[in-house]
Design a protein around this ligand. Sequence first.
Ligand code: ARG
Length: 423
Amino acid sequence: MRLILSLVLIAAALPAATAIHCGKLLEVRTGELIPNATILVDGRTIRQAGANVVAPAGAARIDLSQSTCLPGLIDVHVHLTDEPRYSGYEGLGVSVPRQTVTGVKNARATLLAGFTVARNVGASGFSDVALRDGINDGDIEGPRLYVSGPPLGITGGHCDDNLLAPEFHFREEGVADGPWAARAKVRENIKYGADLIKVCASGGVMSKGDQPGTPQYSLEELQAIAAEAHKLGRKTAAHAHGAQSIKDAIRAGIDSVEHSSLIDEEGIALARQHGTFLVFDIYNDDYILAEGAKAGMLSESIEKEKQVGKLQRENFRKAYLAGAKIAFGTDAGVYPHGDNWKQFPIMVEWGMKPIEAIRSATTEAADLLGIGDKAGAIEPGRWADVIAVAGNPLEDISVLGRVHFVMKEGQVYRDDETSHHRH
Ligand code: ARG
């Protein structure tokens, strides 16, 4: 009797299945909108999804019958510990603990905007590792994070910091010159918790005293970094605006090229041949030109933005038309976190169909992160990462800016409009 009673109590304490009723369910692989669909969630994962799913008696119900459900979105290029106002000299006064607090705020903003997974590609003091672990431990709310730790770069390059005079002897923690120093840095980042390795192959926009089109790491150094990271089971992402650095990164075996701004025909062909993902942060240009000066960005950065912004969008279109693999990455932190969706309409304006833009932030992004079997689609066995919007994103991609329901791994973090009926 007592045994039966305790079994009953255990069963009651277990999270029962939850049935989410969706007015429409977007199947990202086929691009089909399935009317009156049900997603059956069991704990952290999806048990079943589709039109003919019957909810078991006793299942909790979530009514999204006026909404379109889609998989949680993925941004493969964010900097949660950064804010637009940290870009120029003001950023020098922001401590790593303060950056971490900023990251706590931005992790939550990103999740509530519908991004249930994000890749953080560059942070100081392993603040990103702390964020990831805090989220996984349930201490703070945020997307499931994949993090790089401090990005690798050459002395005086985009991933160093050139704002201070020589007598301050400042050097960013990810600086490493030469193949063996770079390999040692890869090992160190992995030692302290990096999931992937981020490297600065070319110059950049937000850095002082360099040019986006100019190579920084040599091919030899990039090869060493990619080989070391892969040997230790980690993927690699290279910041590369310039055509030469993009090709060097691809030839070195880097897994994704970030920014990709000045990619040429040969670079696009190489990316296709190697299966390298290209990431184009093409919303940034709007924000930097409109708000950058007010945010304290260097005037040099705004000048450089004027040189690359438009070309990056044109090259995005070329790479897309050529059939290159493109993953959704926005460089949030340069612009305010939570506005990640604003890149979707730009991607559509520059050539993608809405469903393709959504795939870049779901199935494609999941593949790049190596979680193609866990995230990116609402299918049995995957994490129960589900978001909902009013309206049809295939007709109007900007509805992704009004996410009103967010479930991550079976837990609801946002629910603005639905009514819950428990049976
Ligand atoms: N973090 C990048 C850099 O400083 C931002 C580039 C922004 N511009 C753009 N058009 N995507 O280089």
